[in-house]
Write a new protein. Structure first.
Length: 716
């Protein structure tokens, strides 16, 4: 992983534009070399722990005010706060019934020090082929293992994780102070969280937890974060967050315990990152006409720049969490949210996103989210692990299908059950209410009331992506893996996956058009059609094949994509995702239709395929309007612009065929459209739209349709 810091987290600058000196050098009036993490002067003087870089430092010490109790030094807290503060540096013992079994989940090692029991995080999940597998499988006979899970590969030391902080002070405290300075003020956070609570649809994390932790942030640390913010107070808060992040999140059963472990004086950098990424999501979904933007200033009046700043802050929280060397479910959820925010800021074809997706996949499997044993007792911790894994796995397949690159995760190694279709609120309820809600689910784990929850979406998408993963194996694999029998088997499996959904998740005329349920049914229908289209593409490799069925699927996909634009006012909170949906669903469907239109324009009486010319041309024209409508600040705006130009040229050719004169161009360059008319479109297979992969996303648009050696002209 790259260690380069985001621009917002680099060394602070003085008014003259030069880099700020570290505190020891500044106070001693020595020349600082600004090296990171510690300058050479501090290394020579053994002042590494004090070598930090503060923005706008104060040379003269300030007198202690009456409100100095708002700082986070343990000495300034009351006895109750001191007790809570100390608890952030150690984790109470977890009962054997609650803790994961050996080798099953992210296991922690019990360490005794001065009579206290604390937990040390292990190096990660160890599977059945690991070097410790035989010992763990027979742990009941040979006794507990000597700790071999420390990260350096050797024997674990006897120092507890809460006893001391690493010496790399700047990399923790300096970045932390900078991050805390960038948190928006309370009025901005309250307004965005109000929008999130009423209109937000969070599928990757627990919505009530985010709302509670944001409220807890300001109720607990409001005086510290109130403007003007003081570097000393922020430094104390950053050190508290560092200590909290170094502890292991316990496996809990009760909802109130879950909230307490992630909020208040136990707040962690991972949770700060999740809160900031949430603000980024809400910013992208807030219309530019909203009065909220009139309350902002500077770069933050621009929606995309504000969201991108929150994304960079999220990156900083990830770097701080990585330094603590404590991967957990909260950390994986943060990585996932960073990736989604990255895609909405930089585009779904960005190499940065692809690399970040690999980091996310490695963290999820390193934590062991892919392998879960059966638990009789359903808890919020267990359900959050399942939801997180479902989101990670589904995103891996979606990004892979979008880019045409092999996925990193395989369905063959998935041993995690689907999350139960329970609402976010019920997971926080007392045990009796949670058990009652579980008893009301059907035999497959779906709710019987027709409610759309975050778990509903995670379950449904995971079911489709399990099939999509198998489709990608054939589509992106070698030719010797292909067989017609395997394709037919996947077609049946794709249909069974759709039939396994409850009836109220089918898109019908009776589906309420102004509800979250409609959007869920709408997108699930597109996902199923996308899998069907990919399977029809596979069938085209070896005739005989039914091209009509593929055209019908493409027509429906195109119609739904256009409908999304026509009814865009109905889904104002979803418009930030439109550019991705066009590229993922609308463009492949339009490619199939465009190839068949070109073929029929040359031989209008030879094709036996039914393609309503008026309908598809109107839909293609509206698709062009949809592509042009995508706002310039959208992440995939450049891709949409290039594909718009491609479809426009094809429509021009279909609607206005030029008159061809037999002539020779003395300059050696033939008329592009003239060559297009002279080409024999009978050679084009309507099922072959691999030409979409030849569109240069950065230097186009052009089309070669994969027929370079057949004399087919290129658009340029």
């Amino acid at each position: 992983m790259s260690t380069e810091l985001p621009p917002v987290l680099r060394l602070p600058l003085r008014r003259n534009g030069k880099e700020q000196a570290c505190e020891p050098c500044r106070k001693a009036k020595m020349r600082c070399d600004h090296s990171l993490p510690n300058c050479q002067n501090c290394k020579r003087r053994n002042l590494i722990e004090k070598c930090i870089y503060l923005e706008a430092p104060q040379t003269r010490p300030k007198s202690i005010s009456k409100q100095s109790g708002t700082t986070l030094s343990p000495k300034s807290l009351n006895p109750a706060q001191i007790n809570a503060y100390s608890q952030t540096a150690r984790i109470s013992a977890i009962s054997a019934e609650q803790s994961p079994t050996a080798g099953e989940l992210w296991k922690s090692t019990i360490v005794k020090k001065d009579g206290d029991t604390i937990f040390r995080p292990s190096a990660g999940f160890y599977g059945p082929t690991s070097f410790t597998a035989i010992f763990r499988e027979n742990e009941s006979q040979i006794g507990p293992l000597i700790d071999t899970t420390c990260n350096n590969g050797g024997m674990a030391d006897t120092v507890g994780i809460s006893d001391s902080l690493p010496q790399n002070t700047w990399s923790r405290t300096g970045i932390g102070v900078k991050l805390l300075n960038l948190i928006p003020n309370q009025a901005t956070c309250d307004r965005l969280m109000e929008l999130y609570a009423t209109k937000g649809t969070d599928k990757s994390f627990h919505k009530p937890t985010i709302v509670y932790c944001m409220s807890s942030l300001w109720s607990t640390f409001g005086p510290t974060l109130r403007h003007p913010r003081k570097s000393k107070d922020l430094k104390d808060l950053a050190e508290l967050l560092n200590r909290n992040t170094m502890t292991v999140i316990p496996y809990v059963e009760e909802g109130d315990v879950w909230l307490n472990e992630l909020s208040g004086l136990k707040l962690r950098w991972e949770m700060i990152g999740i809160l900031l990424s949430t603000l980024g999501f809400v910013l992208l979904a807030t219309p530019e006409e909203d009065q909220f933007w009139s309350t902002q200033s500077g770069r933050r009046i621009n929606r995309r720049e504000f969201a991108f700043e929150m994304k960079e802050c999220t990156d900083g929280c990830i770097k701080l969490s990585n330094q603590m060397d404590n991967i957990n479910t909260l950390m994986v959820a943060l990585l996932y949210r960073r990736n989604i925010l990255e895609s909405q800021c930089t585009g779904d074809s960005s190499l940065l996103l692809w690399r970040a997706q690999g980091e996310l996949n490695n963290a999820a499997t390193g934590l062991g989210l892919h392998r879960e044993k059966h638990h009789n007792l359903i808890t919020i911790t267990q359900e959050m692990r399942r939801r997180t894994w479902a989101c990670v796995f589904s995103t891996d397949k979606t990004v892979s299908a979008f880019t045409g690159r092999p996925p990193n995760l395989s369905h063959r190694y998935n041993h995690c059950a689907l999350p139960l279709d329970l609402s976010d609120e019920i997971l926080l309820a007392p045990r009796e209410q949670l058990d009652l809600a579980i008893s009301k689910l059907d035999d497959n784990g779906w709710n019987t009331e027709g409610n759309v929850t975050a778990a509903t979406w995670s379950r449904a998408v995971m079911i489709h992506c399990l099939v999509l993963g198998e489709i990608l194996e054939l589509s992106l694999g070698s030719e010797d893996q292909y067989s017609s029998e395997r394709v037919n088997e996947l077609k049946l499996k794709n249909n069974r996956a759709r039939e396994s959904l409850p009836p109220w998740l089918y898109l019908t005329q009776e589906t309420p058009g102004d509800s979250n349920l409609y959007w869920t049914c709408f997108t699930l229908r597109l996902r199923w059609l996308h899998c069907s289209l990919l399977l029809e593409q596979l069938s085209m490799r070896h005739p005989p094949h039914d091209q009509q069925h593929m055209l019908d699927i493409a027509r429906e996909m195109l119609e739904l994509t256009v409908y999304m634009w026509i009814e865009r006012d109905r889904f104002l909170e979803r418009t930030y995702d439109y550019d991705w949906m066009i590229m993922c669903y609308g463009i492949p469907a339009s490619g199939v239709i465009c190839v068949e239109l070109l073929k029929q324009s040359k031989y209008p009486h030879s094709s036996i395929l039914l393609l309503p010319r008026s309908e598809v041309i109107q839909n293609l024209s509206m698709l062009v309007g949809f592509l042009d409508w995508v706002r310039p600040t959208a992440a995939n705006r450049q891709l949409c612009g290039r594909m718009s130009a491609v479809i426009k040229r094809i429509l021009d050719k279909v609607l206005e065929p030029p008159t061809i004169a037999n002539r020779t161009d003395t300059e050696g360059s033939a008329d592009v459209l003239g060559q297009l008319m002279e080409y024999d479109f009978g050679q084009i297979d309507a099922g072959n739209f691999d030409w979409l992969g030849t569109v240069d996303w950065t230097q186009g648009p052009f089309v070669d349709m994969g027929l370079e050696n057949a004399g087919f002209p290129q658009f340029s």
